[in-house]
Design a protein around this ligand. Sequence first.
Ligand SMILES: Nc1nc2c(ncn2[C@@H]2O[C@H](COP(=O)(O)OP(=O)(O)OP(=O)(O)O)[C@@H](O)[C@H]2O)c(=O)[nH]1
Ligand SMILES: [Mg+2]
Length: 358
Amino acid sequence: MEIGIVGLPLVGKTTLFNLLTGAKAPTGPGSEPRVRRGSAPVPDSRLDFLASLYQPRKVTPARIDFKDIPGLDPRQGEKEARIRFLEEVRSADALCFVVRAFNHPDLPFYFEKMSPTEEFREILAELWLADYSLVEKRLERLREGKKARRDKEVEVQLLERCREILEQEELLQKLTLSPEEGPIFANYGFLTVKPIILAVNVDERGLKEGYEGKEELLREANARGIPLVEVAAQIEKEIASLPPEEQELFMTDLGLTEPGIARLARAAYRSLGLISFFTVGEDEVRAWPIREGTTAREAAGKVHSDIERGFIRAEVFNFEDLKRLGSPAKVREAGLLRLEGKDYRVRDGDVIYFRFKV
Ligand SMILES: Nc1nc2c(ncn2[C@@H]2O[C@H](COP(=O)(O)OP(=O)(O)OP(=O)(O)O)[C@@H](O)[C@H]2O)c(=O)[nH]1
Ligand SMILES: [Mg+2]
């Protein structure tokens, strides 16, 4: 599961990638365009609470993978660059669009100044076009081909619905599929069906007072149901290089309770459809990423394949009950500690102890 960071050139993608993952990739004009991969911790206040309660030797947050995709110049991008860009997008599970809303006198806009909304649409247009031409190509081939009639009809109708949506400049995300259509659709590998989050890279002023084009961008994101997170990449980079005591001071001054990348990482996590369960103990308190719908036994396999194989049962309580009642003993007293079997569907915030035999 990997999130691709996309956007126009010089909007701060690599700066954000570095912040998220702790990488030190070169940034700025003239830096070598290369795809870079890394993983980012997902800050979670529940994990902090558990850590203060259990005082473990080690605290391990959930992590998610990012890849930094070099900025595509949609107007000058030669064919090759565009194909490479689209390949990277295609193999990502979700996308983080970065748009520029910061002023920087020495860093001219890569194009004529675009509003953040225009930037957003510019990149989106690449995905639309790719999907649209795929639809057209498939339709053409189906019309010529000799496929069995019934299959063909389902597919043609599906593709025509896709085309209609794309023609309205909507995302294929909004398509609802019948059980019959699901597997056919999945095969195409469309791009506008991927979950998207929007990261608006603002400067200090933008953070405090808003930025030019903010309302329009909020409207656009809202209308499409796309989560939007404001980040101040440059300032956060500077803050991250300060000693911890000073970091908090600066953040307070900026009116921030936590760095924007913390919110960004969580939004990205959700966009992948991930939830967390926790394991606790003296050694380690840890958050584990799983997909919604994962069973107790599959979750056990995340921790160790032996635990999955020898799974007996899971002892489960939910974090919210622990937080409300204050201690694991009280949770037990209240009868909120449950024994669950292998098919139990793990919920977000479950604290689990796996019983297993080796
Ligand atoms: N003032 C200001 N400058 C920023 C901010 N974010 C990035 N920059 C600067 O913008 C320049 C480009 O940043 P990068 O992170 O390299 O941008 P990019 O989107 O990765 O660019 P490409 O990989 O070339 O597409 C760098 O010189 C950064 O220092 C910001 O929030 N504020
Ligand atoms: Mg870059």
